[in-house]
Design a protein around this ligand. Structure first.
Ligand code: GAR
Length: 216
């Protein structure tokens, strides 16, 4: 049954909990921020599982400690991107997610994957998009000499960090910053921004029109 249903409890409309699937292939700190917000009751959802493309991801150990179901779809075990993605799609679908959160999942998804879940896949990126997409966004910002950077949560499309922007948070870039000090400052904001975007989605408070996202 769709979890998009409102149901009545003692005459009050209640939105059923969204099924959240997280894809995390590295450290997993954004994954933890979402898990913490769910656990604290700030998000009307449940994390039904975590998928990693990397069997050595720290995120997997964090899942084990928290009792979260995790599945590895190892990119290196597949000779082509399309066979890997076919398996990824099958595993994702088996979780019946309402929302997929990419959290340090460093792969560009093809249009067949994106089409299957369009408007229901989010990503977090450590820059103020459309500036500095792709790898090492914090280093790109320091080297360019910008005075302000930040992070962006966006819906995923076929491009690299090009999808409709949901929320952004800015931080200053200080004179003595290197990529690591800036990354640490941005990461603190990421851990607030991503759970907030997930919270809004799970309360049906995001409306996507073309490439614009409106907060209801
Ligand atoms: C985060 O800074 C996230 O914004 C970035 O990878 C890091 C993952 O950290 N993502 C990208 O650069 C995507 N283009 P985490 O595994 O601790 O959440």
């Amino acid at each position: 049954m769709s979890s998009d249903l409102w149901f009545l409890v003692k005459g009050v409309c209640v939105l059923s909990k969204k099924r959240i699937l997280i894809m995390a292939s590295g450290r997993g700190s954004n994954m933890e921020a979402i898990l913490d917000a769910v656990q604290a009751g700030r998000i009307n959802g449940e994390v039904v599982g975590v998928i990693s493309s990397n069997p050595r991801a720290q995120a997997l150990e964090k899942c084990r400690k928290r009792g979260i179901r995790s599945v590895v779809v190892d990119r290196k075990s597949f000779s082509t991107k399309s066979t890997w993605e076919e398996e990824l799609l099958a595993v994702c679908s088996s979780f019946e997610p309402d929302l997929i959160c990419l959290a340090g999942f460093m792969h560009i998804l093809s249009s067949s994957f994106v089409n299957r879940f369009r408007g229901r896949i989010m990503n977090i990126h450590p820059s103020l998009l459309p500036s500095f997409p792709g790898l090492a966004a914090q280093r790109q910002a320091v080297e360019y000499g910008v005075k302000v950077s930040g992070c962006t949560v966006h819906f995923v499309d076929e491009g690299m960090d090009t999808g409709p922007i949901i929320l952004q948070a800015a931080v200053p870039v200080k004179d003595g910053d290197d990529a690591d000090t800036l990354a640490a400052r941005i990461l603190k904001e990421e851990h607030k921004l991503y759970p907030e975007a997930v919270r809004l989605f799970c309360e049906d408070r995001l409306r996507l029109e073309g490439r614009k996202v409106f907060k209801l």
